[in-house]
Design a binder for this molecule. Structure first.
Ligand code: NAD
Length: 452
């Protein structure tokens, strides 16, 4: 059995039967058996089923949000927002089923056209920080394109995935189309990656495990998309609305207790505005409400586990340049206070490695060119922000930073209708938007000779 721990209390909240290789093989076999009928469903009917899944998620919204808030230790308000996005993602791709269009291409001697064909059985491997949300970014386009799937949630957070599978079945998704195996990554995840009947792996998680998956997928030439780590820059120029930039900065790092691949954990500030920015930032960090995930006013909960807390603490040794430290509850639970280190060099460990906890590094810069160089001096390239009132500079810098997603005068990264994914070692492929569908289909070209 897997003992599922509630991070805010450090107590076991559920036990789940642990799947192994045998269960993973059974899930793949079920998905394989269900594939021919699922791909053959009329597009309008498949679309209607995905709308029904969205309806069912909305009907179970509070139940799923509470389960996610308790299991992942996230504020209930955030969990509700995430469950809203899960429903929205299914609705978006329900609308995409009938828009999987091909091309007609001018050729000599006949007609030529393309089809987007489903891949077959896809394996989805997801982390613990946004458990059902990230799963929905993969499940919805996979199903819309006509694939069947096996989802492997993270060992720490299997509950919403398991509940979702029941809800999808009740909503009318045929048996075998959506399968969930709750088990260890090195057993169930690895088996999915190596399984000859799995056509593609869509993975979200650490860059380290992503590398291993890419290697293990090679022998079967499996399609692989990877959404990996980040160390994103929040670049604040002196001509920005400094109060607005500083007000927004804390939750762009401390949201989800910093366990967010998009965390803008390097705050790059133009040196001549540093003091003013820091005074605004201090007030904003002190305003972050850390506490019980089920309290409506909470903005930041605990970390996911004791291990994670120890890792995060290793980035704040006794001699760390702690400029601001917020509050965190005592007692049981894996708490860590919002922490700002300043000033930090881009070469320091806290500026180079993904911390995945509520620790921000403030790094001063002297010019636009310097800011871009610092922002790009990282193996990652997932998200980021630019704050300035100079429109031309905003666009220059947004184009120059090597990252998949960047916002100007805002810290948002993710929308259902826009592509999300990384440059460099932050990943391969894109999720969400129309672009994700390309990663769940093969392109087939058909030539039809018309000359007698
Ligand atoms: P992780 O890489 O340890 O685990 C992710 C998933 O992979 C889990 O389900 C795990 O069981 C499974 N896994 C582990 N070893 C495996 C193996 N050998 N073969 C197959 N599967 C295996 O990551 P985590 O600690 O759960 O999540 C944190 C990481 O996820 C961070 O690095 C974060 O940046 C990243 N992340 C990225 C995105 C993004 O979209 N880019 C989003 C969220 C999280």
């Amino acid at each position: 059995m897997i003992e599922v721990v509630e991070p805010a209390t450090a107590e076991v909240m559920a036990t789940v039967r642990e799947a192994g290789v045998e269960e993973t093989d059974a899930a793949v076999a079920a998905a394989k058996a269900a594939f021919p009928a699922w791909r053959a469903i009329a597009p309008a009917d498949r679309s209607r089923l995905l709308h029904r899944v969205a309806d069912a998620v909305e009907e179970h919204h509070d139940e799923l949000a509470t389960l996610e808030a308790r299991n992942a230790g996230k504020p209930i308000g955030d969990a509700r927002g995430e469950m809203g996005m899960v429903a929205e993602t299914f609705r978006y791709y329900a609308g995409a089923v009938e828009r999987l269009l091909g091309d007609t291409i001018p050729v000599a001697g006949g007609v030529d056209f393309t089809f987007r064909e489903p891949l077959g059985v896809v394996g989805l491997i997801v982390p613990w920080n946004f458990p059902l949300t990230i799963a929905s970014w993969k499940m919805a386009p996979a199903l819309a394109a006509g694939n069947t799937l096996v989802l492997k949630p993270a060992e720490l957070t299997p509950l919403t995935a398991l509940r979702f599978a029941e809800i999808a079945l009740e909503a009318g998704v045929p048996e075998g189309v959506v399968n969930v195996v709750a088990g260890p990554g090195r057993v169930c995840g690895q088996r999915l990656v190596e399984h000859p009947d799995v056509a593609k792996i869509a993975f979200t998680g650490s860059t380290e495990v992503g590398r291993r998956i890419a290697e293990s997928a090679a022998p079967t030439i499996k399609r692989v998309t990877l959404e990996l780590g980040g160390k994103s820059a929040n670049v604040v120029f002196a001509d920005a609305d400094l109060a607005a930039a500083a007000q927004a900065a804390p939750l762009a790092v401390f949201g989800n207790a910093g366990q967010d691949c998009c965390a803008r954990s390097r705050i790059l500030v133009e040196r001549r505005a540093l003091d003013e920015f820091m005074s605004y930032l201090e007030a904003a960090v002190r305003g972050v409400r850390v506490g019980d995930p089920l309290d409506e006013s909470t903005q930041m909960g605990p970390l996911i586990s004791e291990d994670q807390r120890a890792t995060v603490a290793s980035f704040v040794p006794d001699d760390a340049p702690v400029a601001i430290r917020g509050e965190a509850p005592d007692g049981p639970g894996f708490w860590f206070p919002p922490t700002v280190l300043a000033p930090v060099s881009n070469d320091d460990r806290a500026a180079r490695e993904e911390i995945f906890g509520p620790v921000a590094a403030v790094i001063p810069f002297d010019s636009e060119e310097h800011a871009v160089r610092l922002a790009n001096e990282t193996i990652y390239g997932l998200s980021g922000s630019v704050w300035t009132r100079n429109g031309a500079r905003a666009l220059r810098v947004a184009r120059a930073i090597e990252t998949g997603v960047i916002s100007i005068n805002s810290n948002t990264s993710v929308r259902v209708s826009t592509p999300f994914g990384g440059f460099k070692q932050s990943g391969v492929g894109r999720e969400l938007g129309p672009h994700a569908l390309e990663h769940y289909t093969e392109l087939k070209n058909v030539y039809y000779a018309t000359e007698e």
